[in-house]
Write a protein that binds this ligand. Sequence first.
Ligand code: PLP
Length: 383
Amino acid sequence: MIYFDNSATTQVDPRVAQAMAPWHTEAYGNPSSLHRSGRHAREAVEAARAQVAALIGARPREIVFTASGTEADNLALIGAFEAADGHLITSAIEHPAILETARALQRRGVAVTLLPVDQVGKVDPAAVRAALRPNTRVVSIMAASNVVGTIQPLNEITKIVRQAGVLFHTDAVQAVGKLPFDLAVQPIDLLSLSGHKLHGPKGIGALFVREGVRLAPIIHGGGQEGGLRSATENVAGIVGLGRAAELAAAEMEKDNAEAAYLRERLTTGIQAACPQAYVIGDTQDRLPGHLCVGFAGQEGEAIRLLLALDAAGIAVSTGSACSASHAAEPSYVLQAMGFDPFRARGALRLTLGRFNTVAEVDRVVELLPGVVASLRHIATVRA
Ligand code: PLP
């Protein structure tokens, strides 16, 4: 299989799997236990916390382990709105982990503003400034889009938000490990990340909570993770996330350079063979391995393209990417970028990661035009 769906999830790096293995079968103590086995597990959890913190320029005590990026997003927003009033500003192209949480808060009485984006998927910092109200408690803008890969102007946005004395959260699930973060200097108060997007395991995430920021827990119990996330720690997952973070920190430059090279090779190859192909998203400020591509005149075909590529052993997503049940629907992200509902069904998302190769890119460039042409033929015959 050729796996070009690294924004959906990534292969666990074998070095991560190796680091995790003993924590299931040999060193399985509970980090809250006082005996040696428990203390050993506690040390592993704290070592991983330091590794995650180092990747984003945070202090270890500012890292709260969660069970996913989704949970980190929920904890950030719900935790900041313990009192059911106030105002939340976010964008129309956020992942459902943010949008559905915002809707849930809205049902509890929080006012929510969804900011629009431009045709490449960027939020205008001036729009953030204009949306601020005296009772705005949180602004949450994703660092980079999971659908089109566009990187948001966080520096400009965070300056405005900080000046207003409002909390700033970013869903950096797609960005951490690809974009450098230095939270010692960046005015970000809360940041979500997820293990399985950076060649770590699924079912583990983390929320950076700047020292001094007060959140209410959303899971209650034994008081682990400084009382913010009760439950016995997922030691193997945490160790895996820590090792994945360490590898990302060491290899980010190399990984990014390779992904960017492969993405350009893929883009030029596809465009040379399919003149109707057009790139969606920002051409400059985009995640290095991310290509969202539409095929003019075949906008309704993305799901069939995906299935035909799958039959040829190539895994990609559509632009409606986050769940299979929505794959055939118009993407709300592309619609927010100004695509009409028909064109908003037409994008393919090809996302490259650490383990992709030139040979795989060349194979996709070789196969894709034929697949596109065969569907075009069917579309014409049907019409
Ligand atoms: N936020 C973004 C931008 C994502 O792309 C994803 C996953 O696709 C999530 C949040 C959810 O992360 P997790 O799968 O760890 O719950």
